[in-house]
Every structure is written in structure tokens, then in C-alpha cells.
Ligand binder design. Structure first.
Ligand code: SR1
Ligand code: MG
Length: 402
């Protein structure tokens, strides 16, 4: 039996050579560790003579972003490979293909997507992706509908839920999104110039009530199999293709958490335009594109989801007139709340986003941070009153011009 050990670049090559039907037996292979996320090793293995390449993703037994003092289960590699395979069965063009999963090494062998870019980087470079909203809405609608009690055999759903009990990764989210940003926690990483804004949030008990309600939904609402960490660093993109990667945080949770993750990361980039746009007019243009995308994601999602429900709904009672509208209305409200919570944590929690952190000019960065916090907190406060996606656009526009 292969015992777990973190692979070196050379060992990654040795492993890749043994994968049947992939590389020529004596081929010259090259390996680069390219992981820039918070948790894992990622090796890019290529055979220059044929141009073939693959990705080996290996979980480390600790959180890389913090170090060995934060142990983390290797089972997340299984969760990730199984989630990717379920997602591939539902929307094959929107995820990388998994060639193999090696449990002893916590290693997943998957399709190389190096011809795409990480979407966060693409947005920082101010590229536009006209097909993104359609793609991600289809991903969200299909994965959330067909793993839920609306679209999956309800006994099979319970069994599947059991395979995605993911306590350690969920605990990261419970702490880093729904607790630590609302108190003076050691894990927070607060730039001195926005400490006053963080302290305001720590005192805001009305806001804390909304966060408590959202936290309870994250802890208890097993609506569907979520990706669980669907930010723009978990999306590879190019003009005509979108690929969702990295579902190691997958678990059965509230649908609005995944939709909110997408919207929050578009809005974090919106806030970051304080530092990335060269002039007022180009900032306004790019922001308009981002807001259009936010609206299109929701509208496409709602249209897709309702259509799946009407054509593939498995539950007679859930076809009762009025129930679908009730469900969508409450999902929109959750989406507002989770969008806000996912914005706040990225400004001064443990893990930030490059869209804001990499702004070199300190005053532009501070403006971006304050804007992200004001949009995020307003969305959290307003979430249970939300009735339409247009209100989100209006709220963002109002905070930006305030
Ligand atoms: C300790 S892990 C920090 C963050 O990185 C992941 O991408 C998740 O968002 C997590 O909260
Ligand atoms: Mg990740």
C-alpha cells in the first residue's frame, strides 16, 4: 500500500508515469508545483514532445496558508474528486475531467486547464467574459437542483448527503465567515487604516442577528450539494469556456451560499476597481459590466432552475401552486445575505482577495476595502427584506455614489 507523503516535483513525475495510457513509457516529463491557493499542492505535469499534460492535485495534512499548526483532513481530496464527478455528470462542459483519485496519497489526477486563466486574475486585468453568466448560472441551477429534494430521489439524496459530511472544512467556513469577522479574533488580518470600520462591525448587534440567522442556515439547511467555496479563484475561464474547480468544501448546505459566493466575488472586484481602473470613465464602464453580470447570473439561474423544476421535479407536493415562487423568493433573500457575509470576511478576515489586497496605492486600497464593507454589511442587513435582484443593483449603486 502507498503511504501518504507530500510529493516532490520528481515524485509527481514518477507517479504520472505509472498512469496507464497517458504518457509514453520513457517520455521526458516536466513537473512544476503551481499551487497558489490556501490549502493544497498542485503539480502541472507535461510531456513536451507530445504537448500532453495533466494536473496532479494533492491535499496536504494541514492548511498551507497557516502552516502545520492547523491540521486538516485528507478526506477533503475524496470529497473534491467525488463532487467533481457528480458535477461532471450534470454539466460536463463546466468542470475538469477527473482521470483518477488515489486515496492513499490524497491525490486527484485531472484535466489540465492551463489554456484558461483563473477568473480572479482575468477580472483584475479587467477582461470581460460575455458567456460567464450563462455558464455559471447553468452550473448552479443543475448542481443545486439535481442534488436537492426537488430534483433527486429523496432517499438517494440522504445517502449522498452522508458521503459529503465535511466537518473540518465546514468548521473553517463557520469560523472564518460566520464568527471571526464579527469579533476581535486572532485569525483576523486587519489593516490599521480600516480598524475603525471593523470595530464598528463588532459593535453592531443588529448586524450580528442577521449573521446568526445566516450561520444557522449554513449549519442546518441541507438543501443541496454545494460547491462550498465558489469564489472567482475556483473558476478557470477563457472567452468561450468556464470551468469550476476545487470543490473540497462541498457539503449539503443552503443553495444561496454558492450563488452568494459568485456574486460576492464579482462585487469584491467591483470594489477593487478603486485601484485597478485608470480613469473614472473606464471604472464606470467596467463596473457596469460587473453589475450586468451579477444581474444576469441571478436571472439566468432563476430561469434555468424554474425550468428544471417544471420539467424534472420529483416531488408532487412541491408542485403545489405558489410553492415554487415561495422557494425562489426565499432563495433570493439567502443569496443577498450570503453575498454580504462573503464580502465582509474577504476584507479583514483570515483570507483576503487579490482584487483588493494587491492594490498598491494605500488610499485606493482603503477606499476599496471600505466600499466592500459597506456593500457587504448593507446586503446582510437587508437580506430578509429583499424581493428582487434589482434591489441588489440599486443598493450597490447607492453605496458607490454615497
Ligand atoms: C484556511 S482556508 C482559508 C480560505 O481558503 C479557502 O479558499 C476558503 O475560502 C477558506 O475560507
Ligand atoms: Mg480552493
Amino acid at each position: 500500500m502507498t503511504k501518504y507523503h507530500p510529493l516532490s516535483e520528481e515524485q509527481a513525475i514518477e507517479y504520472a508515469r505509472q498512469i496507464p495510457d497517458l504518457f509514453q513509457s520513457r517520455a521526458e516529463l516536466s513537473s512544476r508545483e503551481i499551487g497558489d491557493g490556501n490549502l493544497n499542492l498542485v503539480f502541472h505535469i507535461s510531456e513536451p514532445s507530445t504537448g500532453k499534460s495533466i494536473i496532479l492535485k494533492q491535499a496536504l495534512p494541514y492548511a498551507k496558508v497557516v502552516g502545520e499548526s492547523w491540521p486538516l483532513t485528507l478526506d477533503r481530496a475524496r470529497i473534491e474528486s467525488e463532487a467533481l464527478q457528480i458535477e461532471e455528470s450534470l454539466c460536463p462542459d463546466l468542470v475538469p475531467h477527473v482521470y483518477a483519485y488515489e486515496p492513499d496519497l490524497a491525490l486527484t489526477v485531472m484535466e489540465d486547464l492551463s489554456d484558461h486563466v483563473i477568473m480572479r486574475r482575468g477580472l483584475i486585468e479587467r477582461n470581460q467574459y460575455p458567456l460567464f453568466a450563462e455558464h455559471i448560472a447553468r452550473f448552479l441551477a443543475h448542481t443545486l437542483f439535481f442534488t436537492s429534494d426537488l430534483g433527486k430521489n429523496q432517499q438517494e439524496k440522504k445517502v449522498q448527503l452522508g458521503r459529503f459530511i465535511n466537518p473540518e472544512l465546514c468548521k473553517i467556513t463557520e469560523d472564518l465567515i460566520f464568527d471571526d469577522p464579527y469579533r476581535d479574533a486572532d485569525t483576523n488580518s486587519i489593516e490599521a487604516h480600516i480598524r475603525d470600520a471593523a470595530e464598528q462591525i463588532w459593535k453592531d448587534t443588529e448586524l450580528h442577528l442577521e449573521v446568526a440567522i445566516l450561520r444557522n442556515k449554513f449549519l442546518t439547511s441541507a438543501q443541496a450539494l454545494l460547491h462550498g467555496d465558489l469564489h472567482t479563484g475556483s473558476i478557470f475561464i477563457k472567452a468561450y469556456s468556464t470551468k469550476v474547480i476545487d470543490p473540497e468544501f462541498a457539503y449539503y448546505g443552503p443553495m444561496g451560499f454558492d450563488i452568494g459566493a459568485v456574486l460576492a466575488n464579482l462585487l469584491l472586484n467591483f470594489a477593487g476597481q478603486e485601484g485597478w481602473s485608470t480613469d473614472e470613465a473606464s471604472r464606470a464602464d467596467y463596473r457596469e459590466y460587473l453589475l450586468h453580470t451579477v444581474k444576469d447570473v441571478w436571472n439566468n439561474f432563476e430561469r434555468n432552475f424554474r425550468q428544471l423544476w417544471n420539467e424534472h421535479g420529483v416531488d408532487r407536493v412541491f408542485q403545489t401552486p405558489g410553492y415554487q415562487d415561495y422557494f425562489i423568493a426565499s432563495l433570493l433573500q439567502d443569496t443577498f445575505g450570503f453575498t454580504g457575509a462573503k464580502m465582509v470576511r474577504r476584507v479583514y478576515g483570515l483570507a483576503h482577495v487579490a482584487d483588493i489586497d494587491k492594490i498598491e496605492d494605500a488610499s485606493a486600497r482603503e477606499r476599496a476595502q471600505r466600499l466592500a464593507l459597506s456593500i457587504g454589511t448593507k446586503l446582510i442587513r437587508f437580506n430578509r427584506q429583499a424581493k428582487s435582484i434589482d434591489e441588489l443593483i440599486q443598493l450597490v449603486t447607492k453605496e458607490t455614489t454615497a
